[in-house]
Design a binder for this molecule. Structure first.
Ligand code: P6P
Length: 339
């Protein structure tokens, strides 16, 4: 059978033994993400029909209340994970507090916690731009059989056992890692099956795409301003191009395929940056590193940051290894020039 015909289900079974915690629970987590991704993908693809099937806040033709898509996606991912009896806790961008999952036998016996951004970039839905779901999986560190605690969620990214994203774009793809490389699966919506379409995804070491919101230029740290000017200086020919979709998953996915660097630095109006460390930066950093790329806050490896709050933010420089290093050089030079 040709590689690209392999289904996600077959891939999970084949690779389960390779995963050191091959209890099967992690595979069940990926399977529940798979199911939720299909359900959300269907709903996202119908979003453009809101005026026909009922505007948000109104009732649709079935008389159902229209939910905001990110609220809907949040409920689908949380319920799917709870129903599978595989996690002991869930944290979501949409929920102020984490959710304790005691299991139907109320034993708190499950070993994993999942952190999700259920629909990242959801403001782009109205303009028909790709959006995504981002997820991060840890083993709990407090005793099994007791209720999950905040400590189980505030782990550094290096402790992740799995992470990935779903991109709802021209096609829906699930891209994930369990620490043995990165693989991408494309959904065939006609039969509801994900097929291995991008085996062993790798960030090119170099690239010519830089992705950042240049509307914030006046508020960037000097090192980012210097890097952007470096990209724009005409040496030989213009080697760089600026591509910014405003949807993290879409920008990262394109840069992983073509080569590029994504930057969301501190800006004066966001002194710690905008992106959330636990369910945006860490999972994307795990993917990036597993694909041979790099992810830092411009001075420190993202996955070594010790979190202190569930929704804390971090500056995020992520992508092709040599490009991230170049930005880090500019940031260091700017920092040292202050003294
Ligand atoms: P800005 C979407 O809201 C998001 O969290 C990321 O997906 C995206 O990269 C970024 O924020 C866009 O932020 O400030 O450029 O609109």
């Amino acid at each position: 059978m040709k590689e690209h015909n392999k289904t996600l289900g077959e891939f999970i079974i084949e690779n389960q033994a390779a995963f050191k915690y091959s209890s099967g629970e992690l595979s069940r987590i990926i399977n529940s993400i798979r199911l939720a991704a299909k359900v959300v993908s269907y709903k996202v693809s119908k979003a453009g029909l809101v005026d026909i099937i009922g505007a948000a806040g109104a009732q649709n033709i079935q008389g159902e209340d229209q939910q905001k898509l990110d609220v809907y996606a949040n409920e689908v991912f949380i319920q799917t994970l709870i129903n599978r009896e595989i996690v002991c806790g869930i944290a979501s961008e949409e929920n102020d507090e984490f959710i304790t999952v005691e299991g139907s036998d109320k034993s708190h016996n499950n070993k994993y916690v999942v952190l999700i951004d259920p629909l990242d970039g959801s403001s782009n839905i109205d303009v028909n731009v790709s959006v995504g779901t981002i997820f991060s999986v840890f083993r709990r560190i407090t005793p099994i059989g007791t209720p999950v605690t905040l400590e189980d969620f505030l782990q550094p990214g290096i402790n992740q056992v799995a992470a990935g994203y779903v991109i709802y774009g021209t096609s829906t793809m699930l891209v994930y890692t369990t620490g043995c490389g990165v693989n991408g699966f494309t959904l065939n919506p006609a039969i509801g099956t994900f097929y291995l379409s991008h085996p062993n995804m790798q960030f090119p070491k170099d690239g010519n795409i830089y992705s950042t919101n240049e509307g914030n230029y006046a508020y960037f740290p000097q090192g980012v301003k210097d890097y952007i000017k470096y990209c724009q200086v005409e040496e030989d020919e213009r080697p760089y191009t600026s591509r910014y979709i405003g949807s993290l998953v879409a920008d990262i996915h394109r840069n992983m395929i073509k080569g590029g660097v994504y930057i969301y630095s501190t800006i004066t109006t966001a002194p710690k940056g905008k992106l959330r460390l636990l369910y945006e930066c860490n999972p994307i950093a795990f993917i990036a590193e597993q694909a041979g790329g790099k992810a830092s806050d411009s001075f420190n490896r993202i996955m070594e940051i010790i979190p202190t709050e569930l929704h804390e933010r971090a500056p995020f420089f992520c992508g092709s290894y040599n490009m991230v290093e170049k930005v880090e050089d500019f940031m260091l030079k700017a920092k040292l020039s202050k003294y």
